[in-house]
Design a protein around this ligand. Structure first.
Ligand code: SAM
Length: 236
């Protein structure tokens, strides 16, 4: 369970109504039952429930179960999609280990207004579900050109492009990167990138244009495929 409060032995963590309701009425936990909690900074803790009423409860931190650790530095940059598809893409990108979610606005981006709060709550839910202790950072939308300009020179850019010649992306990544190289994975909008944008991305110091196969994938599918390949070659 994700909580905002600092975590240390004996610390009391107040739950909001939704969390208390979930623990008491959905999971039917009782006084002194254990729950695992994290706040994105202090690792994972076992805490005990302290019931304060039918719909209110606190948690008391008992012991740290896992250290926070340093997450693998992957920025997932993507042209925002609409509603349910964006929810899905955010959840899957977090499950696949993205540490930063960066919406980028491209010439063919159809949905330029991004609900960052919704992205954040989807990211938290995904982290809770798969036991990731660091909540991915959700950044404000950025124009593609400005985003590329702001990247560190040594960051490996994995540019997913359905127009790239079909070849083995594993070989290309293994040649350029090392285990845990800092990288950014870029996936485009429903209408794909323009040639001008392709040239812009390809001009980055360390760019590898990656084909995900001969089929044009939906952008949300491309996210999962690209991050799975990256993790298999450069990740844990
Ligand atoms: N029209 C579909 C949609 O609504 O999602 C497909 C869009 S596809 C053009 C979106 C993005 O997914 C592309 O810009 C590219 O980044 C990535 N992509 C899709 N298929 C790919 C492939 N075979 N190889 C590499 N990238 C791909």
């Amino acid at each position: 369970l994700f909580v905002e409060a600092p975590l240390q032995t004996g610390a009391k963590v107040a739950l909001d109504r939704g969390q208390a309701n979930y623990l008491l009425n959905v999971l039917r936990l009782k006084d002194e039952d254990s729950v695992l909690i994290f706040n994105g900074r202090d690792g994972e803790w076992r805490a005990e429930v302290s019931v304060e009423g039918r719909k209110a409860a606190d948690l008391v931190c008992v012991e740290r179960i896992r250290e926070q650790g340093t997450p693998y530095d992957i920025i997932y940059a993507f042209a925002p999609l609409k509603h349910a598809r964006l929810d899905y893409m955010v959840q899957k990108a977090v499950e696949m280990g993205a540490g930063v979610l960066q919406p980028v606005l491209t010439q063919r981006t159809q949905s330029s207004r991004v609900n960052l709060d919704r992205m954040r709550s989807n990211a938290i839910e995904a982290a809770e579900q798969c036991g990731i202790l660091s909540i991915p950072e959700v950044r404000e939308e950025e124009n593609l050109e400005r985003f590329l300009k702001g990247l560190e020179e040594d960051r490996l850019v994995v540019f997913c492009d359905e127009n790239a010649p079909v070849s083995n992306p594993v070989d290309a990544l293994a040649k350029l990167g090392n285990k845990h190289s800092r990288l950014v994975v870029i996936v485009g909008p429903e209408g794909g990138f323009t040639d001008q944008e392709r040239a812009l991305v390809a001009a980055h110091e360390r760019c590898v244009c990656v084909s995900l196969g001969p089929r044009i994938l939906r952008a949300d599918t491309a996210a999962v495929a690209a991050l799975a390949i990256v993790q298999s070659v450069l990740g844990d």
